[in-house]
Design a protein around this ligand. Structure first.
Ligand code: GLU
Length: 442
């Protein structure tokens, strides 16, 4: 069986790292099973969906390395939803309701007073044809509710195990607004049937929807897919990450210079049984992350952890993996990469670090170190230089001056780089070369 999954964001805001979780978990599943991945833009909410947000979502997928096999937009598929609507009306599962917000609120209050759950009382099912004709004549247009069977709906969640949603404790959901537009619930099922989705992998905030939607799948005679509901990424203190907040949007993370693979790891490995280690490709990540590794507990996202992950990823990248990006900066030399990578937090830091090699550098030589540095200049080994040169030179300086540890190394570092810390001098020195070193020591 070919697996077909879908990622179904609504283009009503920029995606944040929490949205990247289902996006990537579906993609990793697709990489493991070799099936298909559909990007479905859930843009039935015309008032809030925009073309710019849709483009933003596609940019975010591209940046993270997700390549959908197919992209569809719900706004292009209304005819399918209309057909499903007619089927459900004909079978009596979709019924028109003329209740106003005030009437609904009054009914909820009444239920609460009687100690009953505040679910919809199905008052619309008692309307006669004459009532409906009267409302219509008054200019009222109905919204439409799906008549739930009101039963325990069971399914085996691929992450959470056996689940039961009792639709008897739920209000019949509104599937169509009074203006005729569809809410998310019905189009999603219609698309899942039409596109032959085999696995629905989405956040656990959808578990109760799944109960409703399984009833809709059955009412439409469609094959019910497998479901996997993952824990949601929360902030460090457990609060949700909101898409519309715009904070921590993927676009922001990209602008701040985070590596897509660091973001991908933070989005997927938090809240799993696996440690947050860097991986350099989504394929490698897919290999270690089956759905079964996702935990039932919470998935906390810590921005500081992302920073450290980003740094660790950069430190582990081979030259070949970054050569094109280094070339764009005119820094495509393997020894340079190997000397500097372990001091990077974001890749862009490389430009400033490279000036330690290429200059200009403003040497710092304290008054008390003047003689010491003059001696260092005299003892600077002859070329050719390699990774041993630093050791030979500092050994000679130690023997000549009796200095050791920080007293020995720091003045040399300050004179050669103008900084208190930075890349290992052992690697840096041969790249700076003898001539530039002599200049800096003068
Ligand atoms: N558009 C829905 C959402 O963003 C999709 C949920 C689903 O995967 O079915 O929550």
């Amino acid at each position: 069986m070919t697996t077909i999954v879908r990622y179904a964001p609504s283009p009503t805001g920029r995606l944040h790292i929490g949205n990247a979780r289902p996006m990537l978990l579906n993609w990793l599943f697709r990489l493991r099973t070799g099936g298909q991945y559909i990007l479905r833009l859930d843009d039935t909410d015309q008032a809030r969906s925009t073309e710019a947000f849709a483009r933003g979502i596609i940019d975010d997928l591209t940046w993270l390395g997700v390549k959908p096999d197919l992209t569809v937009r719900q706004s292009d598929r209304t005819a399918l939803y209309d057909r499903a609507r007619d089927t459900l009306i004909a079978s009596g599962r979709l019924y028109p309701c003329f209740d106003t917000e005030d009437e609904l609120e009054a009914a909820r209050m009444r239920a609460r007073r009687l100690g009953l759950p505040p679910i919809y009382n199905r008052q619309a099912l008692t309307l006669t044809d004459a009532d409906r004709a009267r409302f219509t004549a008054e200019g009222r247009t109905p919204h439409w509710r799906f008549r739930l069977e009101g039963k325990p709906v069971g399914f085996t969640d691929l992450i959470k195990g056996p689940q039961t949603v009792n639709t008897a404790s739920m209000s019949d959901p509104v599937l169509i607004r009074a203006d005729g537009t569809y809410l998310y619930t019905l189009p999603s099922v219609v698309d899942d049937i039409d596109l032959r989705i085999t696995h629905v992998i989405r956040g656990e905030d959808h578990v109760s929807n799944t109960g409703t939607q399984i009833e809709i799948f059955e009412a439409l005679g469609g094959a019910v897919p497998e479901f996997a509901h993952h824990n949601l990424l929360t902030g460090a203190d457990g609060e949700g990450l909101s898409k519309r907040l715009g904070s921590l949007s993927l676009a922001d993370l990209r602008a701040e210079g985070f590596e897509p693979m660091a973001v991908a790891v933070a989005a997927t490995l938090n809240g799993t049984s696996l440690p947050l280690n860097p991986y350099s490709s989504l394929t490698a990540l897919a290999d270690v992350l089956p759905l079964s590794a996702i935990s039932h507990g919470s998935a906390r996202f810590d921005p500081d952890e992302l920073k450290s992950l980003n740094a660790r990823l950069l430190h582990s990248l081979d030259y070949a993996e970054v050569a094109p990006r280094l070339k764009a900066l005119g820094l495509d030399r393997e020894p340079l990469w190997l000397a500097l990578r372990s001091n990077l937090t974001v890749f862009a830091d490389i430009a400033a670090l490279a000036t330690l090699i290429t200059g200009p550098v403003t040497p710092v030589i304290a008054e008390v170190d003047k003689d010491f540095i003059a001696q260092a200049r005299d003892l600077l080994p002859a070329e050719p230089w390699d990774s041993e040169t630093w050791g030979h030179w500092t050994k000679a300086m130690k023997d000549a001056t009796g200095r050791k540890g920080k007293d020995l190394f720091l003045p040399l570092r300050l004179a050669l780089t103008g900084r208190h810390d930075g890349p290992e001098l052992k690697a840096l020195l041969p790249l700076v070369g003898r001539k530039a070193s002599l200049d800096r020591l003068s």
